[in-house]
Write a protein that binds this ligand. Sequence first.
Ligand code: NAD
Ligand code: ZN
Length: 381
Amino acid sequence: MRAVVYEGPRKVSVKDVPDARIERPTDVLVRITTTNICGSDLHMYEGRTDFETGRWFGHENMGQVIEVGEGVDKVKVGEYVVLPFNVACGHCKNCERGYTNYCLTAQPVPNWAGAAYGFADMGPWPGGQAELLRVPWGDFNCLRLGEDAQEKQTDYVMLADIWPTGYHATEMANVKPGDQTVIYGAGPVGCMAAYSAVIKGASRVMVVDRHPDRLAKAEEIGAIPIDDSKVDPVEAVTEMTMGLGADNGCECVGYQAHDPQGNEHPNMTLNRLVKSVRFTGEIGVVGVFVPEDPGSPDPLYKEGYVAFDYGEHWFRGQKMGTGQCPVKRYNRQLRDLIAGGKAKPSWIVSHELPLDQAPQGYEHFDKRDQGWTKVVLHPNG
Ligand code: NAD
Ligand code: ZN
């Protein structure tokens, strides 16, 4: 089968790799129709991780079931399914408590972050930017879709990661109807957090970034864009909220936060967010931070330490939630919003490409080139 293979920093190519196949009775084999390039793929693409050359990416996957193992009794051949990016067994201590993002079985390293398809340090699972994908513990890890699956595939594929992740940020930040919410980052994840806040009934959603096309996307759903290359975002948010600060906020950038000139400051968005959110406010951080980043230009962050203004956070009596999204916790409800015509997260998609054009997709998305907000790949035409 063909797959998007990692060849080294900023180099991927579409190559023949061994076919995915049923290996255990609980496996499901999926022919991928739709798979996204994610900001999280860029950590590996840019060579910041120990992702091995020859492996392939792809953790935002959807497709049609073409074979099931003999131990699978729910998922059926022919059905369309979307696959939460977390690979999870469903029966370990963490999965049973709903933390499929920290599954203890799918992640072979004890006491380590959970597992995902096509990801550095997140288990051996191959990715879905390929013609076929093996889904382990298939009954647990497939979210079944209805008859509108193909027609709405660019909506449903967002259930694999970015919409539940954006939603998770708003859950950790406790966004409620009437709230004023600030989001740092207008990438796909930030835009989905903004979308979730709008759907939850926030009275004002403010989104901070500096790419005009991405800010324009956020504006499309009624968010207020704040361009931090032109204004101080903390001042802008404080002014808009009559001096109090936002009720809550989401961090959707992560350790690659940079200033508008392109210099990296892993602490920039966290510290600005803390100052943009009111005393007693709540914060959800889904942007990725890692225990160590040898390539970071920030000497502190090389060791994984962020120069975080904890005094300000403590003084304000704020709460903060962190970590990967447990996609399964939200994705049935979010699926049903799409099925019921109440949500259409595909508004974020800028490009749909065949698998062969994945290298161009990576190049443009990595440079945040104008207009490249979210790239969807179709491995089987
Ligand atoms: P992206 O890189 O496309 O978007 C990030 C955006 O942040 C860009 O538009 C960039 O201009 C903006 N930005 C950079 N510095 C900024 C600053 N100082 N102030 C405001 N905006 C700034 O990535 P994405 O796909 O949207 O993902 C965002 C983050 O979420 C990444 O770290 C990704 O790995 C992470 N993520 C986490 C989870 C999870 O489960 N927690 C899941 C998916 C993605
Ligand atoms: Zn992703």
